[in-house]
Design a binder for this molecule. Structure first.
Ligand code: ZN
Ligand code: ZN
Length: 56
Protein backbone atom coordinates (compact mmCIF):
# COMPACT_ATOMS: atom_id res chain seq x y z
CA UNK A 1 0.00 0.00 0.00
CA UNK A 2 1.13 3.55 -0.60
CA UNK A 3 -0.18 6.96 0.36
CA UNK A 4 -2.47 9.10 -1.73
CA UNK A 5 -0.65 11.45 -4.07
CA UNK A 6 -2.39 14.46 -2.56
CA UNK A 7 0.26 16.20 -0.38
CA UNK A 8 -2.11 16.77 2.52
CA UNK A 9 -3.82 13.40 2.35
CA UNK A 10 -2.79 10.53 4.59
CA UNK A 11 -5.04 7.85 3.10
CA UNK A 12 -3.68 4.69 1.59
CA UNK A 13 -4.43 3.78 -2.00
CA UNK A 14 -4.56 0.49 -3.85
CA UNK A 15 -1.82 -0.68 -6.15
CA UNK A 16 -1.97 1.22 -9.41
CA UNK A 17 -3.93 4.09 -7.92
CA UNK A 18 -2.48 7.54 -7.31
CA UNK A 19 -5.31 9.08 -5.32
CA UNK A 20 -7.69 7.73 -2.69
CA UNK A 21 -10.65 9.54 -4.22
CA UNK A 22 -11.77 11.73 -7.08
CA UNK A 23 -11.67 14.66 -4.67
CA UNK A 24 -7.93 14.31 -4.26
CA UNK A 25 -7.37 13.82 -7.97
CA UNK A 26 -9.39 16.92 -8.79
CA UNK A 27 -7.36 19.04 -6.42
CA UNK A 28 -4.01 18.23 -7.93
CA UNK A 29 -2.26 21.46 -8.81
CA UNK A 30 -4.83 23.58 -6.99
CA UNK A 31 -5.20 24.26 -3.31
CA UNK A 32 -3.20 21.50 -1.71
CA UNK A 33 -3.31 22.71 1.85
CA UNK A 34 -6.32 20.60 2.82
CA UNK A 35 -7.62 17.28 1.65
CA UNK A 36 -11.31 16.99 0.82
CA UNK A 37 -11.58 13.26 0.43
CA UNK A 38 -14.56 11.49 2.04
CA UNK A 39 -12.47 9.36 4.35
CA UNK A 40 -13.14 10.14 7.99
CA UNK A 41 -9.79 8.87 9.19
CA UNK A 42 -7.80 11.06 6.83
CA UNK A 43 -5.46 13.44 8.66
CA UNK A 44 -5.40 16.05 5.91
CA UNK A 45 -8.85 17.55 6.29
CA UNK A 46 -9.22 21.23 6.97
CA UNK A 47 -11.51 21.14 9.99
CA UNK A 48 -12.50 24.77 9.48
CA UNK A 49 -13.92 23.91 6.10
CA UNK A 50 -16.06 20.90 6.87
CA UNK A 51 -19.06 22.13 4.93
CA UNK A 52 -17.42 21.65 1.58
CA UNK A 53 -19.10 18.95 -0.44
CA UNK A 54 -17.34 16.16 -2.21
CA UNK A 55 -18.84 14.64 -5.31
CA UNK A 56 -18.11 11.01 -5.76
ZN1 ZN B 1 -7.57 12.47 2.43
ZN1 ZN C 1 -6.43 11.25 -0.82
Amino acid sequence: MKDCNHPACSCEVSDGEEFCSSACAAEEGESLEACECPHADCEGHDTANKQSRVEV
